[in-house]
Every structure is written in structure tokens, then in C-alpha cells.
Design a protein around this ligand. Structure first.
Ligand code: NAP
Ligand code: MN
Length: 266
């Protein structure tokens, strides 16, 4: 019997939908796990919006089991189906009629007080300085110095995250079939005093972005990833790379990335 783990957000309508989903899963012969178990779990059902999905993958540290998202009223870019499609989906899942979308995350390694730390984002990682202050970062690609960045910060988005914060900053929408990282500046200064690229830069998978604070060590560096954040002190260096961590999303056979973009954005 296939074992399923369910994650639901705290919205009232999500709880109601979870009840229905539980009944449908039982009818279709699935066993529902009380807690996530890496060895046992064959399928994860995520009920909520994109925020719920991002919380889930961080809570379970990028689980191996494939995830089907049921959208309960938010944007739901990661969430593939509406509650009314659950039974249909489960039948198709049983028959193997679905697509699997593997999404790679992005890692940032931070050297703080001489120790190396890592944060991971499925959408993006963002580097900012002290609140209200410009940050000055020496940026290198593949070990070669490119520019001294000045502005609010630097965001590095995965293709899956290109439609989130990255898009609000004027970054490009990337088909998740491409393996690349998009480096998008946040309010870059571009004057005779400071020169920074104002557009996004696309880096191939395998390429590393290096960021060294101009005044190193930087007392306060603020890192954001998928709606979470962490503060680091006395930072001497940061490196951003495509992560080994990934998640597998289940999509309907009819799923098409650009149709989804059109339906959610236009
Ligand atoms: P949130 O404030 O609810 O997120 C903002 C919006 O982004 C929500 O509508 C969310 O969808 C949507 N979203 C999340 N991932 C997406 C993706 N890959 N493609 C398209 N839209 C996406 O916070 P949250 O739900 O916890 O999400 C965290 C994300 O918010 C971060 O990873 C970051 O990308 C984004 N964010 C955006 C801005 C901005 O645009 N100015 C600022 C900070 C953070 P749901 O409504 O379904 O949750
Ligand atoms: Mn949200």
C-alpha cells in the first residue's frame, strides 16, 4: 500500500479540503502517514499555496518523494491542481499518467567569523546589507572579477524561482527545463560614482558566483531564501552555486510551463 504524507497550511478552507483529500486517498487505497518518514513515504500531498509548498520543502529538507500540490486560493505556481481535480489526479497517478518536474535549488556558502555556513533556496537566495544601507560587493564569476556592485543587494534565482521575487525586480522568466542561475541586481547604482550592471546576468549550471564585501569583514549581512532569512556577522566571502538538492513535482500530463505563466500573470 503506497504511503502518503499530507502537509496543509493553517487556513480554514485548507483544513476542510484536507478532510476531503483524506477520504479520497483512503478510497483510492493509499495509507496516510502521521509524520513524514523518508524511507516509507511514496508521495507527498501539499495543500495550500506556494508559501505552504516552500515551507514544506524546508521543513523536510528537500524530500525525495514526489510532491503534488493542491492549490487553495493563492497564486499557486508550484501547486498543480485544484481541490476538485484530486480524485482525477489520483487515478491518473496510479496509471502513471503524469509528468515529473525535477527542480534544482541554489546554495549560498557564507564565510562568517572564519566558519563556512550554507543556506539553500528553491526560488532564490538574496544578499542584502544593513537595513537602509547600500551594500558594496566585489563580484566574480568563475573566479574572474566582474564588477563592484553597489545597491540594495543581489538576488540569485533558479529557473523555478524566476517568476517570484526575481520577476518583481525586472528579471526574466526562465523555462525550468533550462539549467542556469539568474543573477538579478536589487536597485543597482549606476552613476559616475558607482557602476553596476542594471540587467540580470545568466550563468550556466556549474558556474559559481563569488561575492566579497568591499569592506571585509562586513559586520552585517542579511540572507533571504524562499521567504526565510538569516543574519551573518563578520562576513568575508560568499559563493553561490547550483545546489545538489532538488525536489520532484508532479504535474498533469497536460502541464505546460508557458501556459501556466500566461494563466497566472496575464
Ligand atoms: P509571499 O509574500 O506570500 O510571496 C509572494 C508571492 O509570491 C505569493 O503570491 C506567492 O504565491 C508567490 N510565489 C512564491 N513562489 C513563486 C514562484 N516560484 N513563482 C511565482 N510566484 C511565486 O511569501 P511566500 O508565499 O512565503 O513565498 C516566498 C517567496 O516570496 C520568496 O521565495 C520570494 O520569491 C517571494 N518574495 C517576493 C517579493 C516581491 O515580489 N517583492 C518580496 C519578498 C519575497 P502564493 O500566493 O501561492 O503563496
Ligand atoms: Mn504566500
Amino acid at each position: 500500500m503506497e504511503k502518503v504524507y499530507i502537509k496543509t497550511n493553517c487556513m480554514e478552507n485548507s483544513a476542510r479540503i484536507e478532510k476531503e483529500v483524506r477520504a479520497e486517498l483512503a478510497d483510492e487505497g493509499f495509507e496516510i502517514l502521521d509524520g513524514y518518514d523518508k524511507k516509507e513515504c511514496g508521495l507527498i500531498v501539499c495543500i495550500g499555496g506556494d508559501g505552504t509548498f516552500l515551507n514544506l520543502i524546508h521543513e523536510l529538507d528537500f524530500p525525495d518523494a514526489p510532491i503534488i500540490g493542491i492549490n487553495t486560493g493563492h497564486l499557486g505556481f508550484f501547486q498543480e491542481i485544484d481541490p476538485s481535480q484530486t480524485r482525477d489526479f489520483l487515478e491518473n497517478y496510479r496509471k502513471g499518467n503524469y509528468q515529473e518536474q525535477v527542480i534544482s535549488a541554489v546554495d549560498i556558502f557564507i564565510t562568517s567569523n572564519g566558519r563556512r555556513y550554507r543556506e539553500t533556496g528553491l526560488n532564490e537566495v538574496v544578499v542584502k546589507g544593513t537595513v537602509g544601507c547600500n551594500i558594496h560587493l566585489n563580484m566574480s564569476i568563475g573566479g574572474s572579477f566582474i564588477e563592484k556592485f553597489s545597491g540594495d543587494g543581489i538576488l540569485v534565482a533558479t529557473p523555478a524561482g524566476s517568476t517570484a521575487y526575481n520577476y518583481s525586480l525586472g528579471g526574466s522568466i526562465v523555462d525550468p527545463k533550462l539549467r542556469l542561475l539568474q543573477v538579478t541586481p536589487l536597485a543597482p547604482l549606476n552613476t559616475v560614482a558607482y557602476r553596476s550592471f542594471t540587467s540580470s546576468l545568466m550563468l550556466p549550471a556549474g558556474s559559481a558566483l563569488g561575492l566579497v564585501p568591499e569592506d571585509s569583514p562586513a559586520p552585517d549581512i542579511h540572507i533571504e531564501f524562499d521567504g526565510f532569512s538569516a543574519d551573518y556577522h563578520n562576513v568575508t566571502e560568499m559563493k553561490v552555486k547550483l545546489s545538489r538538492k532538488s525536489v520532484s513535482l508532479l504535474r498533469l500530463e497536460t502541464y505546460d510551463f508557458w501556459s501556466k505563466v500566461k494563466s497566472k500573470f496575464l
